[in-house]
Design a protein around this ligand. Structure first.
Ligand code: HEM
Length: 167
């Protein structure tokens, strides 16, 4: 059942057009790379501020205000281009463990981010101001986020090198 969904996506007009055109896949992948470096860069700026490694002269709230919109714009572009790449070889990607790991790790990063914004960021307005240090739980969340966002592009890169291995 699920397999037939991936097969019909791959055989759709969009899927076959992207797969058979010489320049479409590489162009979309280039935009995907621009988008993902934007996402990871913006997230890393915020995470490193939480850890007290960079932007130490700025409040955490100010860094958050700057980075969150950039993160979402980059993620939207990564999502659209990622889906376009996916439909061109949907069955192959669904059989590839690195693709599945990448998706799972992105979900984990999303849960970590939601916990940070909904629970851990209470009092964020004071962090980085005199007498207002970043709580250990928020630092841990930042470290976890950095680690996850380091492994995700690794999985993304491995997919292309293992396409003939899993199918
Ligand atoms: C911000 C989140 C994302 C990151 C960090 C990321 C990372 C990467 C990386 C590093 C590559 C390899 C690029 C290259 O070989 O030059 C890649 C390719 C790819 N990504 Fe993403 N990606 C993200 C989101 C997504 C999403 C949401 C999807 C699908 C729904 C997706 C699907 C793909 C596909 C299908 C490829 C092509 C693999 C190949 O055949 O080489 N990506 N991604």
């Amino acid at each position: 059942m699920a397999n037939s969904i991936w097969a019909s996506l791959e055989q759709s007009g969009l899927g076959t057009t992207i797969a058979s055109n010489e320049w479409m896949f590489p162009t979309i992948e280039t935009i995907h790379v621009f988008a993902l470096v934007t996402v990871i860069g913006a997230i890393a700026i915020m995470d490193m501020r939480l850890l007290g490694l960079t932007s130490k002269n700025r409040s955490v709230k100010a860094v958050e205000r700057d980075t969150v919109p950039v993160t979402w714009i980059g993620f939207a572009v990564a999502l659209i281009t990622g889906v376009l790449l996916f439909v061109s070889k949907a069955t192959t990607y669904m059989a590839n463990p690195y693709f599945l790991w990448k998706m799972g790790l992105m979900a984990l990063a999303g849960v970590n981010m939601a916990i940070f914004h909904r629970i851990l960021s209470k009092g964020i307005d004071e962090w980085g101001k005199p007498g207002g240090s970043v709580p250990a739980a928020a630092k841990l969340s930042g470290a976890l986020s950095l680690g996850i966002w380091l492994i995700i592009p690794f999985c993304g890169r491995v997919i292309g090198f293992t396409l003939g291995v899993y199918y």
